[in-house]
Design a binder for this molecule. Structure first.
Ligand code: FEO
Length: 391
């Protein structure tokens, strides 16, 4: 039933479409996702990457629509995270003669934990090549984009880069190429993906993008989402260069969790202060907002204000989740503001301040607190305090 789709002469997309997957390690995917694998029909048949665990039948059927999987000679694993290598054991069972090409030493070490060491591995270093017939594939290590083992595979014959996670998007579609879908949706998905997966490794990614710029490329085939071709190649490379710089814009994000509304009123006062100062701002109540959507805006924001009611001596549960996420992803060179309401001790606000400073946010103001039943007079005072700090 599942079919392969030819994307270049003798190169087929054989990936899987996760139409109804909505989360991957905390990242929301409202449009689902694809996990891309590519089959190169050369003298030595080569598969680039595999699939998520549970999607092996789809991958195998797409391959079998072109060739018996038993004839595969090489499986190139650009990255050993489960979404790309989770199907490796089933693929090796279906392709009993296939050798596994992976980065040395990190990819090799990780893949051995998946499939043992009885099958033949070809561990490769940056610059190594593998001739598969009319094509010679070359491998470039891209460590920490976003795991230590990452590499990309380049086919000069096809002017094609198999970039794995880099340049990906979580976007399930029946189309395969970037120019076949709405560009605003495509780039919104690509930016959210960068902010939530790639951002902590922006320096390493900038080096990888510079290395890619040195190649003659017509097509970038990532491991998630749409394939970049034509003008799309330059546009996504330009976008990555801009995103990797992590230059803040004159904008703010206000994120809060509220119990009975006092912290929400503080958030409104802070939001108004940013607006009055002419700074673009968005406010997010964590009861109704998604942390990975917020993070896409945090990536650009010069200011982040974070508030919670104090509850059981700490922050409310949704704020705990947000702070955990922020700790791992926070861009540097920004200013932060902790705020929140309390009943008898503002310990939740102190906790937020500690996390913000630990993540590298320079305080815009001392932590701002208010009693849970304070009058609107304290909201006006908060508006004035933030306005003053922004002058
Ligand atoms: Fe798409 Fe790092 O896995």
């Amino acid at each position: 039933m599942f079919r392969a789709y030819e994307i270049q002469p003798d190169i087929y997309w054989v990936g899987t479409i996760e139409w109804n997957e909505r989360y991957i390690h905390g990242f929301s995917m409202p449009l689902g996702s694809t996990t891309n694998a590519y089959l190169i029909m050369d003298e030595h048949i080569t598969l680039i990457d595999t699939c998520m665990p549970g999607f092996e039948d789809e991958l195998l059927q797409r391959i079998a629509s072109i060739v018996d999987p038993a004839r595969i000679d090489y499986i190139v694993s650009n990255h050993s995270e489960k979404d790309h290598a989770g199907g490796l054991a089933r693929m090796l069972a279906a392709a009993p003669h296939a050798k596994v090409v992976t980065s040395s030493p990190k990819g090799h070490a990780i893949l051995q934990t998946y499939v043992g060491d009885e099958r033949e591995f070809i561990p490769v270093k940056s610059g190594d090549t593998l001739t598969i017939g009319t094509r010679t594939l070359s491998f470039i290590h891209t460590p920490m984009v976003h795991w230590p083992d990452n590499m990309v595979t380049y086919s000069a014959t096809d002017r094609m880069l198999f970039s794995n996670d880099a340049f990906g998007q979580f976007f399930a579609t029946s189309q395969r190429f970037c120019d076949e879908v709405d560009q605003s949706v495509l780039f919104a998905c690509a930016k959210k993906y960068f902010a939530n997966i790639i951002m902590p490794y922006a320096k390493q990614t900038a080096k990888a993008v510079a290395a890619v710029r040195g190649l003659d490329i017509e097509v970038i085939a990532p491991a998630h989402g749409l394939i970049w071709r034509g003008e799309g190649v330059g546009r996504i490379l330009d976008a990555y260069e801009q995103w990797c710089a992590l230059e803040p814009t004159d904008s703010a994000v206000v994120v809060y969790a509220t119990m009975y509304g006092a912290t929400a009123r503080m958030a409104a006062a802070i939001t108004e202060a940013f607006m009055a100062a002419g700074i673009s701002v968005r406010a997010y109540d964590l009861d109704v907002s998604d942390i990975s959507d917020i993070m896409t805006e945090v990536m650009d924001a010069r200011y982040v204000a974070v508030g919670s009611s104090t509850h059981n001596g700490t922050v409310l549960p949704p704020m705990g989740q947000f702070l955990t996420y922020l700790k791992g992803l926070a861009p540097k060179g920004r200013r932060g503001l902790a705020f929140g309401s309390f009943g008898w001790a503002a310990t939740g606000t102190k906790e937020i301040d500690t996390v913000l400073q630990g993540a590298g946010y320079e305080p815009l103001l001392d932590p701002q607190t208010c009693g849970w039943n304070d009058t609107t007079a304290s909201e006006e005072a908060l508006f004035q305090a933030v306005s003053e700090a922004l002058r």
